[in-house]
Unconditional design. Structure first.
Length: 333
């Protein structure tokens, strides 16, 4: 990667460019320049350290703030085997974000581990529950976590009810094959959120933000079944070779979702191979511009785990090089 070749001077230039971009853009304060950093506690426990452009070990929340990351997304698992992403771990990270003045998005997976289009496994404690019990589970879990955060002084601005739920969540009862039941589960999370944080915006989040047909089908079905949501959330991981086309498709989808349902949109996840930092820089600048073009209907863009070391947990789409410094990929913020 070329950042290794240019070393410290380039990293200092990256930081300066990032700061300059933010100042020049005159961005509305409501636009979220975000990052999902849910791995941070686990990374630090494993001995990983993060460095500024001068090579000094620095708190990663401070580093992200210096790169104009003003919003932090944190996932929540119900009863994870190793404890990471449980309530206490989320509060630890939320406090660190709040100390930097960063806004907070809480992402409920409603699982003991990863939830995405390929897996929406019920928590072990809920495995044999009926749909009625699952609605109570969603209500109690959502309310419990949010009350815990609120009692500890955390303000939550956005809440995701489910993560990449293209095929539904809490399978099989909450799959899209039973859309009325899925809508009920989403509403349980929605109502629980509003009971604790009335001003929080509730996000329903799907993968493959480029796929307008899939989004239309899902949200038409959700609306027809009485589902409630405030923000349409998207994941966006464009291929390096044709990111321009994918960015145009996600832009088209964002405009259509905002117009079709009268609700704002958010890119909840984005990433690109850390070794393609220059391309990622161009892709992100374009994506941010396209999201901002929606005005108050484009709420923000969140890089997914930019602080991940290359290959951490098998992930290669962070924005950190092997020396623990952020790459030029983050400069568009």
């Amino acid at each position: 990667m070329y950042l290794h070749k240019f070393g410290k001077l380039l990293h200092l230039a990256v930081l300066a460019a990032a700061i300059g971009f933010g100042a020049a853009a005159g961005a509305a304060p409501t636009f979220a320049n975000g990052a999902d950093v849910s791995w941070i506690g686990q990374q630090e426990a494993a001995g990983q350290v993060f460095y500024n452009g001068s090579g000094l070990a620095t708190d990663p929340f401070v580093l992200l703030k210096s790169l104009h990351r003003d919003a932090i997304r944190l996932r929540v698992w119900v009863n994870p085997a190793d404890g990471w992403n449980n309530g206490a771990d989320v509060l630890y990270k939320a406090k660190r974000a709040a100390a930097q003045g960063q806004r907070i998005l809480i992402d409920f997976h409603y699982s003991d581990s990863w939830a995405d289009p390929g897996q929406q496994t019920k928590p072990a404690a809920w495995a044999n529950h009926t749909i009625g019990q699952l609605n109570t589970d969603v209500t109690n879990h959502t309310t419990g976590i949010l009350n815990y955060l609120k009692a500890n002084g955390i303000v939550v601005e956005w809440v995701q009810v489910g993560n990449e739920i293209n095929g539904g969540m809490l399978w099989p009862q909450g799959s899209t094959a039973h859309f009325s039941q899925l809508a009920g589960l989403i509403n349980s999370g929605y109502n629980a959120t509003k009971a604790v944080y009335p001003a929080a915006q509730v996000i329903v989040h799907l993968a493959n933000g480029y796929n307008n047909a899939q989004f239309r089908w899902f949200f038409d079905s959700l609306k027809a079944n009485g589902g409630k949501w405030d923000v349409t959330g998207m994941s966006h991981y464009p291929p390096v070779a044709n990111w321009v086309s994918y960015n145009q498709q996600v832009s088209t989808n964002m405009w259509d979702m905002a117009s079709r349902y009268g609700k704002p949109v958010m890119i909840c996840e984005v990433g690109m191979d850390w070794q393609q930092a220059g391309t990622a820089n161009s892709m992100m600048a374009d994506l941010i511009a396209k999201t901002r073009a929606l005005g108050d209907q484009g709420l923000g863009v969140f890089w997914w785990e930019p602080q991940a070391y290359p290959g951490w947990q098998g992930y290669s789409m962070g924005a950190l090089d092997a020396a623990g410094k952020f790459t030029i990929a983050l400069a568009p913020y």
